[in-house]
Design a protein around this ligand. Sequence first.
Ligand SMILES: CC(C)(COP(=O)(O)OP(=O)(O)OC[C@H]1O[C@@H](n2cnc3c(N)ncnc32)[C@H](O)[C@@H]1OP(=O)(O)O)[C@@H](O)C(=O)NCCC(=O)NCCS
Length: 239
Amino acid sequence: MIERILPRFVVGVDAFRDLPQASLHPLEALVVRHAVGARRREFATGRWCAKQALAGLHIPEGPLLPGPHHAPRWPEGVVGSITHCAGYRAAAVARSSDVRMLSVDAEPHAPLPPGVLESIALPEELAMVRELRIASPGTHWDRLLFSMKETVYKAWYPATARRLEFEDARITINVSAAAFSAQVLVPSPLRQHRRPLDRLNGRWLVSGGLVMAVLAVPAADPMVPAAGHLVPAAPGALP
Ligand SMILES: CC(C)(COP(=O)(O)OP(=O)(O)OC[C@H]1O[C@@H](n2cnc3c(N)ncnc32)[C@H](O)[C@@H]1OP(=O)(O)O)[C@@H](O)C(=O)NCCC(=O)NCCS
């Protein structure tokens, strides 16, 4: 399923149940030694997906240990992200020479618990969700908004070592393009082509009882001449 929304250069692998072949490196096993069985299995299958995806980039296998604030430490020259929710585990990776920031998030396609939308959404986002609910009532837009915000956090933290609150990013959903953009509202320490990198673009998908969001920032702006050539964006590449 994840392959359906990944941009070019990104390799993704997913699983719809925990896999018996998902064994942990001893150092990874130490991380979850005190966790309940369900968490150990979820962690192991997420790692399995990540290692399969890394193999797709021809990166040799090694332990994927968590760093500060639980963000996975990817091999040198790699960006990546792991997600899991009931009935789904996935990971996506890319070479950092191709993709600068990358994150994935999956959630059950169900309404958020009462009160959660109001606690995570900015006033403009609440208005957007209200409008989307009228225009397209079959989609749980509140859950999608939540998932998109999680991708912003999971892309921003590894790139900046700064944690974002829910009110620190404003999401705009483009329904017809199955895309979204996130405006980060705190000062950005990141620059791209001398401009602050504070607007992130992504894609979303609703399928099989799940919602999924992916954020990817290309390493190079596809419209900026590189080494004297224009690099064309592939059809379907993220903006
Ligand atoms: C960390 C967080 C984003 C995880 O999201 P989630 O939907 O609960 O869970 P998911 O299964 O999708 O993702 C969990 C995975 O994210 C990854 N992750 C955890 N912390 C991370 C971080 N700081 N940076 C990047 N990735 C992280 C891990 O790989 C983790 O799985 P693992 O522990 O098995 O390795 C969420 O729990 C959280 O703390 N959010 C902070 C608040 C927020 O999202 N603000 C929005 C700002 S706009």
